[in-house]
Design a protein around this ligand. Structure first.
Ligand SMILES: C[S@@+](CC[C@H](N)C(=O)[O-])C[C@H]1O[C@@H](n2cnc3c(N)ncnc32)[C@H](O)[C@@H]1O
Length: 277
């Protein structure tokens, strides 16, 4: 079964250009933002171990805050790859009934709990899981799954095996975590539920859309954000990273122009009935 192609008029926002993929010279550790009228504060104790939200992560937050986002009040949500817990905090503040924050990085769980508590939100509505999503088998189904997977291609020259690498880099030319989400989303989402994903143009957006569409999911592009390729963490290895990206582009698996790429805020709706596999 295939569903109708995505004919949504796409709003495109252009973020400012910086240096090394960042407007800032160092990674911040604290920020304040407003979400649905609530002022929220986000801390990251160790920005070398837990990713402070990048432009890519913030673009999905912006889409989640917009008019085209799914209903958040009363939902049971899964935050896949929670990192600092920014989406868990926003979802709880917006009235989600329950949020499960999952991350393979154990430091993420402590940071997510600390951020939920520091914002005066009800910690009893938060469940934290430290596990790779490939091994997570929940005994419930969620109304909403939100995720911003790592999207830069892995290369042994810049591998450093820390939390920042797990957050930014993935095997399979940057696709490994997208592929794991696609593979398991039917086990996570309730029929009729929604997957909201920040999808990088460096990691083959058409492939993800084609795979989920072929299973009967409806796709909507909520917004497109143009921004710098995030190279701050890999400034020393910029040439190698750019070479890997150019190889992927030549193979039709990445889209970018110079140092600029795009993040698509994609909403996939699981059909109410059975999905075709
Ligand atoms: C790009 S960061 C996003 C963090 C946060 N959601 C945000 O937008 O700022 C990706 C997150 O996914 C986690 N991650 C990477 N691979 C994973 C896997 N296989 N299973 C679960 N979490 C994973 C990383 O540890 C990291 O926290």
């Amino acid at each position: 079964m295939t569903s109708a192609p995505d004919r949504t008029p796409k709003r495109r926002r252009v973020l400012p250009a910086g240096e090394n993929g960042s407007l800032w010279e160092t990674r911040p550790s604290c920020g304040i933002f407003e979400f649905r009228g609530v002022r929220l504060r986000l801390m990251v104790e160790d920005p070398a171990e837990i990713l402070f939200p990048t432009d890519c992560g913030l673009s999905l937050l912006s889409a989640l805050n917009g008019d085209d986002a799914p209903v958040l009040e009363g939902v049971n949500a899964l935050d896949l790859g929670a990192g600092s817990g920014i989406y868990s905090v926003a979802l709880l503040a917006a009235g989600a009934e329950r949020v499960t924050a999952l991350d393979v990085n154990p430091a993420s769980v402590a940071q997510t709990v600390a951020n939920v508590t520091a914002n005066g939100l009800d910690g009893t509505r938060l469940t934290c899981v430290t596990a790779p999503l490939e091994e997570y088998t929940p005994d419930e189904r969620f109304d909403l799954v939100i995720t911003n997977p790592p999207h830069l291609p892995y290369d042994p020259t810049y591998a450093r095996g820390d939390g920042l690498e797990t957050a930014l880099v993935a095997r399979g030319g940057g696709r490994a975590v997208y592929d794991a989400v696609i593979d398991r989303v039917d086990r996570f989402l309730a029929p009729g539920g929604s997957l909201l994903m920040a999808h990088s143009s460096l990691a083959d957006i058409p492939r993800t859309v084609a795979e989920l569409t072929s299973r009967g999911y409806e796709t909507e592009t909520i917004e497109i954000f143009e921004m710098d390729i995030p190279l701050l963490a890999y400034a020393e290895h910029m040439e190698t990273l750019q070479t890997r990206l150019k190889e992927l582009r030549a193979a039709g698996r990445a889209e970018f122009d110079g140092s600029r790429f795009a993040v698509h805020a994609l909403l996939f709706r699981r059909p109410p009935g059975p999905v075709s596999r």
